[in-house]
Design a protein around this ligand. Structure first.
Ligand SMILES: C[S@@+](CC[C@H](N)C(=O)[O-])C[C@H]1O[C@@H](n2cnc3c(N)ncnc32)[C@H](O)[C@@H]1O
Length: 251
C-alpha cells in the first residue's frame, strides 16, 4: 500500500494534467502484476519472445515504437534499445517506477510519449477514426508493436461511455475501435507485431468454464502465428474458487 502511494505521488508531477486520471489504474496494474508475478511469468516470456522475433526480422533498425508499453513487464525493452537507434514507448501514463527503471539501466535511447491511442475522442466528436495516424510522423520508423494493449482500449472506452447518454454513443463503438487499431497497424509502413488477449474464460477448480467473453467485440483477427493462455486472475487473487484465464494471440 505504501509503495503504491509513493509510486502514485511520484508519478503525479511527471504526468501531464490531462493524463493524471490514468495514474491510479496503472498503479493498480503494477500492484496486481507484482502479486501475480508467478502466474504471469510465462505470458510475459512468450510476449517478449514474439516481439523480439519480429524486431530481429527488421532489415533496418532505426526507430521502434511500443504501443501500450505500460510497466515494461512483457516488452523486451533492453533488447530493443540495443537493436534500434531509438525506442519510443507510448502509453496513457508512464509510472515513476518505470521511468526510474529505465534510468537505472541507462537506456538513453528510450523516449516516452503519453498518448491515448484509442481514437475514442475522435469518434465521439464525429471525426475520422485514425488512431494510429500519428505514427506517420515518426521519423525512420522501422518497427511497431502493440503490446497487450488492444483489449484495454475497448475496456477503457466502455468505462468512459457507461455514464453517457445512449444517443451520444455511436453504435458498434467498441467494434469500430478494435477494427481501427488493427487497420492502423496494417497500414504502418514498417514491420509490425500485435500481441493481444482476445477473450477470457472464468474457470472453477474442476476446470469447468462458467463464462466466456469476447474482448474483440466480434472482430476476427484471423489465424494467429502463436497463442497461449494468460491466467490474469489466478486462483486466490479474487477468490479461491475460480480463476480468469485470457486467450492471447500474436499477429
Ligand atoms: C495490460 S497492460 C500492457 C502491459 C505492458 N505491455 C507491460 O509490459 O507492462 C495495457 C497497457 O495499455 C495501456 N492503455 C490502455 N488504454 C490505452 C489507450 N487508450 N492508449 C494508450 N495506452 C493505453 C495501459 O495504460 C496499460 O499500460
Amino acid at each position: 500500500m505504501i509503495l503504491e502511494a509513493l509510486n502514485y505521488a511520484a508519478t503525479w508531477p511527471l504526468t501531464s494534467a490531462g493524463h493524471r486520471r490514468f495514474i491510479r489504474s496503472s498503479v493498480n496494474l503494477w500492484a496486481r502484476a507484482n502479486r501475480c508475478r508467478a502466474a504471469w511469468a510465462e505470458h510475459e516470456r512468450q510476449t517478449k519472445a514474439a516481439i523480439l522475433k519480429a524486431a530481429e526480422g527488421c532489415r533496418q533498425r532505426r526507430t521502434a515504437v511500443v504501443l501500450g508499453s505500460g510497466l515494461l513487464r512483457d516488452v523486451p525493452v533492453i533488447e530493443l534499445s540495443r537493436l534500434f537507434d531509438t525506442v519510443v514507448l507510448v502509453d496513457l501514463v508512464h509510472l515513476a517506477s518505470v521511468r526510474g527503471w529505465i534510468a537505472l539501466r541507462g537506456l538513453k535511447n528510450v523516449r516516452l510519449i503519453e498518448r491515448d491511442v484509442s481514437g475514442l475522442d475522435a469518434m465521439l466528436a464525429g471525426e475520422p477514426l485514425e488512431p494510429l495516424a500519428f505514427l506517420r510522423q515518426v521519423p525512420y520508423l522501422d518497427f511497431v508493436t502493440s503490446a497487450n494493449l488492444l483489449s484495454q482500449i475497448s475496456i477503457g472506452a466502455s468505462r468512459r461511455i457507461s455514464g453517457m447518454e445512449r444517443q451520444a454513443v455511436p453504435n458498434d463503438l467498441l467494434t469500430a475501435l478494435v477494427r481501427a487499431h488493427l487497420e492502423g497497424m496494417a497500414q504502418v509502413a514498417a514491420q509490425t507485431v500485435l500481441v493481444t488477449d482476445i477473450s477470457y474464460t472464468v474457470l472453477d477448480g474442476s476446470g469447468a468454464a462458467h463464462e466466456t467473453e469476447d474482448l474483440m467485440h466480434g472482430v476476427d483477427l484471423g489465424s494467429p502465428s502463436s497463442q497461449w493462455d494468460w491466467p490474469v486472475i489466478p486462483f486466490g487473487e479474487e477468490s479461491r474458487d475460480y480463476q480468469i484465464v485470457h486467450r492471447v494471440v500474436v499477429r
